[in-house]
Ligand binder design. Structure first.
Ligand SMILES: [Cu+2]
Length: 467
């Protein structure tokens, strides 16, 4: 990871009055973000209690220091630039140079001291979602603490009382600050993994947040008033093909922790395997309460820990099942043109506008292949190249890559799956088939004729027409 450190400048120190002089002189460094890719080597605990680290998809873990029995971390709320995928960079707000902010990893029983420096143009506060803590440390601006003014540093101190999957986000001007990308993950590892009810040790432990932005093509700053109609559906402020794949060794036990800080629910769907929901932000679930799933709906403000055994080698799609959430920025005013034969009108328009193109009369798959000119700083609606052609995806989509023989801690992309001979869907070239069709059941139903090469036409009910 990038080892650059952000040192607090003299001006910031002089104006930070909320922390005592002694504490200020010894503020821990605020680490800044590495590139927006998954850390190939997770940050191993170097001090404090031992644990097995999580891997934050397209993210990183905040370094800490131990000081007189406290685990000290330093978050800096500040404007950041975040590449959502190659070709588009957004102007967001985040922590320590990235949106989402870095993942915080602690161990149950740790006494945690968090310095929060506000470098935003407005006040903020940080809420530690899901934690048991003193009310005054809960981070609700105006309710449990005064807001942190710009330029000031506040300190939060509490014990990480229960293991699990948590988040942090502002509880100050929330609509704006969360729409701008301010959020992060908090993982509390169990102190005694084998004696923690519902918890099981896994070989790979991934985590990421669901978030969303509304950024007009050609611009870079999210529209913060948008309530539902977002156009960039992200995992950790990345969209496909900018989301890294999840490399998994064949046979590994895998946990994927997902938190939702968008304005709608996301049914997260995994191909090729069944999983159980082994944890929520309320804790580890009782194993007797679990049932197998291939899709888990994750509501707003919820976290889910999905666990499965990676027994099937291959490239397995892993995505939100709302089909509009596996797309990038698009014009929502595009009418449905399937079945509309507009060849005649196109010829007329092309006499006036020679480059005029029409799309969508056979579906919209053309979009995945066509290289249409786009404004600067936006992404195609459907994009990404796979080993078999255009993937026609965007947004909340990536691939779980289950492979034999990966190294235990190796999170490098193993490339595309080499399918065993004879195990890929193939074209039929034998004699033509005569498929069975449902009988036409009544005279009221319209009959649909398919003319090869032409749009479908609905014709009048049986008996009422002549060919
Ligand atoms: Cu979704």
């Amino acid at each position: 990871m990038n080892s650059r450190r952000l040192f607090l400048g003299g001006a910031a120190l002089a104006s930070a009055a909320a922390v005592s002089r002694g504490a200020l002189a010894a503020l821990p460094d605020a680490a800044t973000a590495p590139p927006p890719t998954t850390m190939a080597l997770p940050l191993q605990p170097h001090s404090g209690r031992p644990y097995r680290p999580v891997v934050t998809l397209n993210g990183w873990t905040l370094p800490w220091r131990m000081r007189a029995g406290w685990k000290e971390l330093h978050l800096v709320a500040e404007p950041v630039l975040r590449e959502l995928a190659p070709g588009m960079t957004a102007q967001l707000w985040g922590y320590n140079g990235s949106s989402p902010g870095p993942t915080i990893e602690v161990v149950e029983g740790d006494r945690v001291r968090l310095f929060v420096t506000n470098k935003l143009p407005e006040h903020t506060a940080v809420h530690w979602h899901g934690q048991r803590l003193p009310s005054g440390m809960d981070g609700v601006g105006g309710l449990t603490q005064p807001q942190i003014p710009p330029g000031k540093t506040f300190v939060y101190e509490f014990e990480a009382r229960r293991s699990g999957t948590f988040m942090y986000h502002p509880h100050a001007d929330e609509m704006v600050q969360m729409a701008m990308g301010m959020m992060g993950l908090w993982i509390t590892h169990p102190r005694e993994p084998k004696r923690t009810p519902g918890y099981s040790e896994v070989d790979r432990d991934f985590c990421f947040l669901l978030n969303a932005f509304d950024i007009e093509p050609g611009s870079a700053t999210p529209k913060i008033m948008t309530m539902l109609d977002f156009n960039l559906w992200c995992w950790n402020s990345r969209v496909f093909p900018g989301i890294d794949s999840l490399p998994v060794r064949l046979g590994d036990r895998v946990r994927i922790r997902v938190g939702n800080l968008t304005m709608t629910n996301h049914p997260i769907h995994m191909h090729g395997h069944e999983f159980v929901v082994a944890g929520t932000d309320g804790g580890w679930t009782n194993p007797a309460s679990r049932w197998p799933e291939v899709t888990a709906d994750i509501a707003v403000g919820q976290m889910r820990a999905l666990e499965f055994s990676a027994t099937e080698p291959g490239d397995w799609a892993f995505h939100c099942h709302k089909s509009h959430h596996t797309m990038n920025a698009m014009g929502h005013d595009v009418p449905t043109m399937i079945g509309v034969d507009h060849r005649e009108v196109v010829q007329k328009i092309q006499k006036l506008v020679p480059d005029y193109m029409v799309m969508g009369e056979r579906g919209m798959a053309d979009m995945g292949e066509m290289e249409m000119p786009l404004p600067d700083n936006t992404l195609p609606m459907m994009t990404g190249q796979g080993p078999m052609g255009a993937l026609e995806m965007g947004g909340m989509f990536t691939v779980i890559k289950v492979r034999e023989g990966l190294g235990a801690g190796d999170y490098r992309d193993p490339g595309w799956y080499a399918h065993p001979k004879g195990s890929v869907a193939y074209e039929w070239t034998g004699e033509s088939m005569n498929p069975q069709r449902a009988p036409t059941s009544n005279t009221a139903g319209a009959e649909v004729h398919h003319h090869p090469g032409a749009p479908w036409r609905a014709v009048k009910p049986r008996g009422g027409h002549k060919h």
